[in-house]
Design a protein around this ligand. Structure first.
Ligand code: NAD
Length: 362
């Protein structure tokens, strides 16, 4: 098994180093190879996703990704901006299913802006379709309106579209994921207004018949946005399209209070995946040794579970993270009165120590 390690920019290098340290201590049999991506790759090779990096990603079973971007690249032509590396990897690896768990750790209940009773024990999984929808539909552009409310005026337009195979495959991913959890799927749409999402709803319902053991319900996206803050624990697996998923997964992430805790995975049909924290490269704290590495360490756990078929090793990491939080260690983003503030490296070391201790004591 091979892992491509792509730390990227800003805090990416600091947090990925901690995840690699945690993977190393597990003593599993896999090879790790690093390459430049994002702004770092642009500086060295003139492109955010150089051929060699893409080749490494393609021939690996999984990609462990840090983060890319910095404000200083905002003036570059769009194809050369660091963020294009993520889009390039998604496209070239055919990553169509984005998994964003939102878990509220007992010790971090106060970090949420919601009342503790609404959030304690929260464990939901948002599955977002990544390759279709209005983000990629053609045609799109600007033109002079020939009809509508203001004929003759300048207008812009995008196209929302989904094909049957695209909806079928993401629906299957959601039902399969639900089978490993509490067997409930909520499909989020806007079928009352959009043809594309009536089609989506019909197909998810059809696919659902292949999974009689999984309970399926449907919810309009506006209601889902409300329910996520009103009663988030009602949800288990949520599956939705690219645009609604983009918004709802950030909303769900914020329920837990800290972006530094949230892993994510993007998978293709052969379970090859890209694993990254949900946050960005945090240029404001880069190089200071204060970033929270736990989202990246938890992304490595997801990688072991989904792409490398090592569920026990994934459990060990997740349980070590819980132990470290229970011991009161916190990076600045999750720090509160009465806990001990530590830096990126100390947090990584603490997770390694928790894994080693469990190994020794059995
Ligand atoms: P960001 O997620 O990088 O930072 C938002 C805030 O959260 C900042 O105050 C930052 O210090 C804090 N933060 C983020 N991760 C943290 C961590 N692990 N520990 C502690 N604090 C953390 O978002 P932004 O500031 O909007 O974007 C910064 C750069 O990252 C931009 O160039 C943006 O394009 C890029 N970005 C990249 C990705 C990605 O690589 N997938 C995602 C989002 C943003």
């Amino acid at each position: 098994m091979k892992i491509a390690v792509l730390p990227g920019d800003g805090i990416g290098t600091e947090i990925v180093a901690e995840a690699v340290k945690v993977l190393d201590v597990l003593e599993l049999k896999f090879e790790m190879e690093s390459a430049l991506v994002g702004g770092a790759a642009y500086e060295a090779h003139g492109h955010p996703l150089p051929e060699a990096t893409l080749k490494l990603a393609k021939e690996s079973d999984a990609v462990l990704f840090g983060a890319v971007g910095d404000w200083k690249y905002d003036k570059l032509d769009r194809p050369l901006r660091p963020e294009q590396a993520i889009l390039g990897l998604r496209k070239n690896l055919g990553l169509f299913a984005n998994f964003r768990p939102a878990i509220c750790y007992e010790q971090l209940v106060d970090a949420s802006s919601l009342k503790p009773e609404l959030i304690a024990g929260l464990d939901i999984l948002i599955i977002r379709e990544l390759t279709g929808d209005i983000y990629f539909g053609q045609p799109r552009g600007r033109r002079t309106a020939v009809d509508g409310h203001f004929p003759g005026a300048e207008e812009a337009f995008d196209t929302m579209r989904y094909s049957r195979p695209e909806v079928e495959r993401i629906a299957r991913v959601a039902f399969e994921a639900a089978r490993k959890r509490s067997k409930r799927v909520t499909s989020v749409d806007k079928a009352n207004v959009l043809e594309t999402f009536q089609f989506w709803k019909d197909i998810v319902t059809e696919v659902g018949k292949e999974y009689p053991d999984v309970e399926l319900d449907h919810m309009y996206v506006d209601n889902a946005a409300m329910q996520l803050v009103k009663a988030p624990k009602k949800f288990d697996v949520v599956v939705t399209g690219n645009m609604f998923g983009d918004i709802l997964s950030d909303e769900a992430a914020m329920l837990t209070g800290s972006i530094g805790m949230l892993p994510s995975a993007s998978l293709n049909s052969s379970n090859q995946g890209l694993y990254e924290p949900s946050h960005g490269s945090a240029p404001d704290i880069a190089g200071k040794g204060v970033a929270n590495p736990l989202a990246t360490i938890l992304s490595a756990a997801m990688m072991l579970r989904f792409s490398l078929n090592q569920p026990e090793a994934a459990d060990r990491i997740e349980s070590a993270v819980k132990d470290v939080l229970a011991s009161g260690l916190r990076t600045g983003d999750i720090w509160s009165e009465g806990t001990k503030r530590v830096g990126t490296r100390e947090m990584g070391d603490a997770v390694v120590a928790a894994i080693t201790k469990k190994t020794i004591t059995g």
